[in-house]
Design a protein around this ligand. Sequence first.
Ligand code: FE2
Length: 278
Amino acid sequence: MLSEAERQAYRRDGFLVVRDFAAAEACDRLVARSYELIDGFDPKSVSVFTTDEQTRTTDAYFLGSGDTVRFFFEAEALDREGKLQVPKRRAINKIGHALHDLDPAFAAFSRDPRLKSIAEDVGLGDARLLQSMVILKPPGIGGEVGAHQDATFLYTDPISVHGFWFALEDATLENGCMWALPGGHRLGLKRRFRRAGDGVVFEELDRAPLPLPPEGYVPLEAPKGTLVLLHGLLPHWSAANRSPQSRVAYSLHVIDGAAHYPADNWLRLGPHMPLRGF
Ligand code: FE2
C-alpha cells in the first residue's frame, strides 16, 4: 500500500500524511453516525477528558470504557455543578473506545483492507485493533490536547502501537489541527499511564520532558479524507478549537499481538471482547 518513499518518510519522521485516503461520503457517514450516537447518549455519568489532567479526572466511567462505547464531555461544556452549558452535540470531546468492534459503521471503516496492508508496511506482523475514538473538537470549546506519546496510554513490550488518524472534516490551523515533532519518535518513551490500585498514575520513565510545543512541531493540516499515520512514540498535540468550525476526527490504534500487553494498562478488554485483527 505504501511506496518505498512513504515508508522511508514514516521511519524518518514518525508520521505520514496520506491525502484522499477516505471518500468524502465515507467521512460524512461517520460524522453523521457520531452525532446519532451522541443523540442516543443519556448523560448520567460524566467524565471530562483532558490529557494533561487525566489522573485527576479519570474515573470508573473512563477506566471501564476500553471494551464499550462511552461519551466524554469537553471541560468547558459543563459548569461547576456539572450542568451542560451547550447543546449535547456541541458538548462532547470524544466517544470511545471500542467503536471499531461494536459499531457497524466504524467497524466496516476500520477493517478496510488497505489499513491491513499499511499495518504490514509499518512492521506490524500480527496487527490487532486495540482502541478507537471519535474526537469531535467542537466549535468554540474543543479543548487543547497537550503534547504526548500514544504509547504512554497504549503500552506494549516492546512498544508496538501505531495510530491511524482520519480527518472526517477539514483539520486546519483555525480549528485545532494536529501538530507533530518530526523525528521525535526516536526520543524514547517519557512516561507510562498505568493502573495503580483503584486509580491510575503516570509513571515517569525519563526525566527529560517532551519538547514543549510549538517549538520544533509542525502543523499537520489535513483536508477531509486524509489519513495521518502516527508512530506510537511520536510527540504530538493539538490546540483548542476557538473557531466556529468543528474538527471531527476518527482515530484507530493498532498494536502487535506478539508484543506483551501488561495487565496494568488502563485499557482492559473483557472476556467477551477478544483482541482481534483486521
Ligand atoms: Fe494521541
